[in-house]
Design a protein around this ligand. Structure first.
Ligand SMILES: C[S@@+](CC[C@H](N)C(=O)[O-])C[C@H]1O[C@@H](n2cnc3c(N)ncnc32)[C@H](O)[C@@H]1O
Length: 197
């Protein structure tokens, strides 16, 4: 994440995480913003999640036991507690009077359109896909494409993951496996990313 974050420092745009769970990445992004660009109040961090686990799965998502409605649910009203954590992180950096994160609760196949309709000025510099699933990945990828700056990073947690084939299928259908160099970090087997050009 540190290496990816450094790559977007000179790219205008917000950060979106698709699939938040307990919010460890959102808190990490806030810390990285505080370290590398504490005065960049444009670098909003937006997380999309039901906070109730997978709302539905698709036949393209395979047959692993974890691929089921309700998997990865969190505790009731966890998003409120996560908000407190993110507020605390913001208070540790300058310009803390400007709220620079958003938690968008609900099925992202629907909330992404609403978010972009309500925020048509959105430019995205870094999108982190961690839904694990075909349908929300495909719909959100398609929705954000017109909002991506060239040089933006689109990262995925489950590309090539046999337990969650849907994420790779969505990536292939929307962007094309052989159209991009798919980067990875030599120390971490999971996240991979493309630079959108
Ligand atoms: C593997 S977890 C995310 C992990 C998190 N990024 C982390 O690093 O800890 C997958 C998340 O995607 C969310 N999710 C899956 N499908 C969704 C959908 N259609 N709309 C909103 N959230 C969804 C689940 O609720 C779950 O929290």
């Amino acid at each position: 994440m540190n290496d990816i974050y450094k790559r977007i420092l000179d790219v205008q745009g917000i950060i979106c995480e698709f699939g938040v769970l307990w919010g460890n990445n959102l808190a990490l992004f806030e810390s990285l913003r505080g370290i590398y660009e504490p005065y960049n109040y444009m670098r909003k961090i937006v997380g999309f999640d039901t906070f109730e686990g997978f709302p539905h799965v698709n036949e393209k998502d395979g047959k692993a036991e974890i691929v089921a409605k309700g998997s990865y649910s969190v505790t009731k009203e966890y998003e409120n507690y996560l908000g407190e954590i993110l507020n605390y992180h913001e208070r540790q950096s300058p310009i803390s009077h400007i709220k620079k994160y958003d938690l968008i609760k609900g099925d992202a196949t629907k909330t992404i359109k609403r978010y972009l309709d309500e925020n048509p000025e959105t430019i995205i510099s870094f999108a982190y896909f961690d839904f694990d699933l075909y349908e929300p990945t495909k719909i959100c990828l398609e929705a954000i494409l017109p909002h991506l700056s060239k040089g933006a990073i689109i990262a995925f947690d489950e590309l090539l993951d046999h337990a969650f084939p849907g994420e790779t299928l969505a990536f292939d259908e929307v962007l094309g496996i052989n159209k991009y160099r798919i980067h990875r970090d030599s120390h971490n087997s999971q996240p991979s990313y493309i630079i959108y050009e």
